[in-house]
Design a protein around this ligand. Structure first.
Ligand SMILES: Cc1cc2nc3c(=O)[nH]c(=O)nc-3n(C[C@H](O)[C@H](O)[C@H](O)COP(=O)(O)OP(=O)(O)OC[C@H]3O[C@@H](n4cnc5c(N)ncnc54)[C@H](O)[C@@H]3O)c2cc1C
Length: 609
């Protein structure tokens, strides 16, 4: 085995251990890749339990009032700071510890309810929503999920009230998208009482204002010469903690404090280890599931603002003796924003419900939500910017700020390219393993192998002959549901064909992966939309309302999404991939163009951001 192959095998093994250890439940997205529609994950459309609804409505009203009166997004951007009064106000309402258990001073809200609150903040100010996410969705999340009772008792009360703030520190110079490449070292002391941390972190939101930072560092694996990543609770008052840059000047979300810091021989007590030793990447992966869900909520809020702004301007601005709203090319943009905002909300709600129901393994769905909502929001902002014409370009309107703020979304918490690759590769692993079972048995028959291959073959075959049922309640949605079922069937067929055609090299074929991931994302988005509109129709019928709800945004979304899916699948066989690679190769230097050998595996492995 040459060095590259050995490296590749090592990465595959690491990815397998990280992502696929333990029982693998068939979640909704993984089901899509197998040609199944796992309906009980997504239907009926989730609703906030009645018992919680009153408290949510009241909290939402309180939050809206506070944000309307006390949050000035333009000033936060101009001064590049979120005033302490805003942080205190959010703390008072409970936003900084919304999902923390009541016993530690939190509000005990579900993730679905929390998303409704984040949507409200995302509507108004991206700096503030990113600040809240960095603190609550990821900063204190490892403590909430993996902390011992003693750790929670010690740290949480001040963090959930907002008296203290949290941050999540994974990124380093050499560990950006390749998050597994963390270089910060944590060496155990001779007496075992503490760890000595050395290294630097960069691009960390809240770093300079946090009182507690969840820091990822490399610890030795006992009995071997290997190291693995472990999560630590670090406080800035520890000797050797050095803030190198408290507020890095940046394009957007300027109110957030994005920092760079060094740890130089920092002694961290062993009591500050968060979660199991050597399982820091798993901790990070789980934490980011929460971050990506609230990311979806914030993007939904911002998309709703885009719609409001677009409608207001289109209705009032006159050119050619007409309002802009009378032009079809303006209508087209407004319709698309409305359809996307509807879908973003539906996807966020459904994904948050997976967390609330304690379902196992929703990392594909959270990755899909993050990529889908951040890409759609970018389009929404671009559309509303265009509708405003020249006026959008000036700083007296919020659009240029919104444009700057939204650009980080496609990069942070996992660059969208990396997550796209991840979605395709993790999704294809299930059917890929079944094909491998069949292939290995054909090459080397054994009694055990034959029975496993038989089961795998039966599974593959049943998915190719049966169009999955999409069980909607409302008669008027049957046709959309049938189309969705047929598209899932076609998707599964395309996945099988890609796996059979390309075999292992598919791990590096990102252009193929992108089409498969895009189709899967639209299938998930369409499912959430169908589930939501079905729920709304059923709710109206149950309440005896004569008028059906306006489902035009949902209808448009489904039509456009189905058309996109057909396009992605067609692109698998009709494309310019060879020309794309050739044109890129002619621009890239030798060192840049010849290094794709392990990139597929790396993206699979490094998706935890
Ligand atoms: C404002 C801001 C706030 C942040 N807050 C935090 C925080 O609180 N905590 C934290 O830990 N980190 C934080 N980050 C870091 C953020 O998560 C990283 O910037 C992100 O993961 C990308 O890493 P990178 O910037 O090193 O880009 P690189 O890894 O250098 O990637 C650059 C680009 O290369 C492409 N690329 C990379 N890998 C692949 C691949 N496998 N396949 C295809 N294309 C690829 C992508 O287009 C990517 O955008 C923050 C960053 C910013 C800008």
């Amino acid at each position: 085995m040459n060095k590259l192959d050995a490296q590749r095998q090592k990465e595959i093994q690491q990815a397998e251990e990280l992502l696929f250890a333990g029982a693998q439940a068939l979640g909704f997205a993984k089901g899509l890749f197998q040609g199944h529609f796992v309906s009980d994950w997504v239907m009926p459309y989730p609703r906030i339990p009645e018992a919680q609804e009153g408290e949510l409505v009241q909290t939402l009203a309180e939050l809206r009032k506070f944000l309307n009166e006390d949050l000035d997004a333009a000033e936060i951007d101009r001064k590049a700071d979120i005033p302490r009064s805003v942080i205190d106000g959010l703390g008072r309402i409970g936003v900084l510890g919304m999902t923390a258990p009541k016993e530690y001073g939190g509000r005990g809200f579900s993730q679905m309810a929390n998303c409704k609150l984040l949507e409200e903040i995302g509507r108004r100010c991206a700096s503030t929503s990113v600040f809240v996410n960095a603190h609550h969705s990821i900063g204190i999340r490892a403590l909430l999920l993996f902390g011992t009772h003693e750790q929670k008792q010690k740290w949480l009360p001040k963090l959930v009230s907002g008296e203290q703030l949290g941050a999540f520190a994974l990124t380093e110079k050499e560990a950006g998208s390749d998050a597994a490449n963390v270089q910060m070292q944590a060496r155990p002391s001779e007496d075992g009482s503490h760890f000595i941390l050395n290294g630097e972190k960069r691009y960390i939101t809240n770093a300079a204002i946090a009182h507690e930072l969840t820091v990822m560092a490399r610890t030795p694996v006992p009995g071997s010469d290997k190291t693995a990543v472990t999560a630590f609770l670090v406080t800035p008052d520890m000797r050797g903690f050095e803030m190198l840059e408290a507020r890095m000047a940046k394009t957007g979300i300027r109110g957030t404090a994005t920092g760079r810091f060094a740890l130089r021989d920092v002694k961290v007590p062993k009591e500050n280890v968060l979660g199991p030793m050597g399982k820091g990447l798993k901790v990070a992966l789980t934490v980011l599931d929460f971050g990506r869900t609230t990311f979806g909520a914030c993007c939904t809020g911002a998309a709703k603002t885009c719609l409001e702004l677009a409608v207001a301007h289109a209705n009032t601005r006159r050119q050619f003796n007409k309002t802009l709203s009378e032009f079809e090319l303006v209508k087209k943009k407004i319709a698309r924003i409305a359809a996307d905002a509807y879908a973003m909300e539906a996807m966020t709600t459904v994904t948050a419900s997976f967390i609330d129901r304690g379902l196992e393994d929703y990392m594909l769905e959270t990755a899909m939500l993050k990529v889908f909502t951040t890409e759609r929001l970018w389009e929404c902002i671009n559309d509303v910017f265009q509708i405003y014409g020249g006026s959008a370009y000036f700083t007296d309107l919020p659009l240029e700020r919104m444009l700057r703020d939204a650009r980080i979304n496609q990069i942070g918490e996992g660059a969208n390219e990396v997550l796209t690759s991840f979605i395709a590769l993790v999704g294809m692993r299930g059917p890929g393993m079944e094909f491998k079972e069949i292939y290995d048995t054909l090459m080397k028959p054994s009694r055990d192998g034959i029975s496993k291959a038989w089961a795998a073959g039966k599974n593959r075959l049943s998915a190719t002959v049966r169009v999955p049922d999409v069980p909607v309640q409302s008669e008027q949605l049957r046709s959309h549901a049938q189309q969705l079922g047929r598209l899932i069937w076609r998707f599964n067929f395309a996945v099988n064909r890609a796996l059979i055609t390309y075999r292992e090299p598919i791990l590096d074929m990102q252009l193929v992966q992108e089409r498969i991931a895009n189709a899967a994302m639209d299938l998930f988005a369409s499912t959430c939309v169908l589930s939501r509109v079905d729920g709304e129709i059923q709710f109206t019928e149950r309440n005896g309302d004569a008028a059906s709800p306006d489902d035009s945004a949902a209808d448009l979304f489904l039509r456009q999404s189905f058309r996109r899916i057909r396009g992605f699948l067609a692109g698998l066989t009709d494309n310019d991939d060879k020309a794309v690679i050739a044109a890129a190769k002619s621009c890239l230097t030798d060192s840049g163009s010849g290094t794709t050998h392990t990139s597929g595996i790396q993206s699979l492995y490094a998706t935890i951001r």
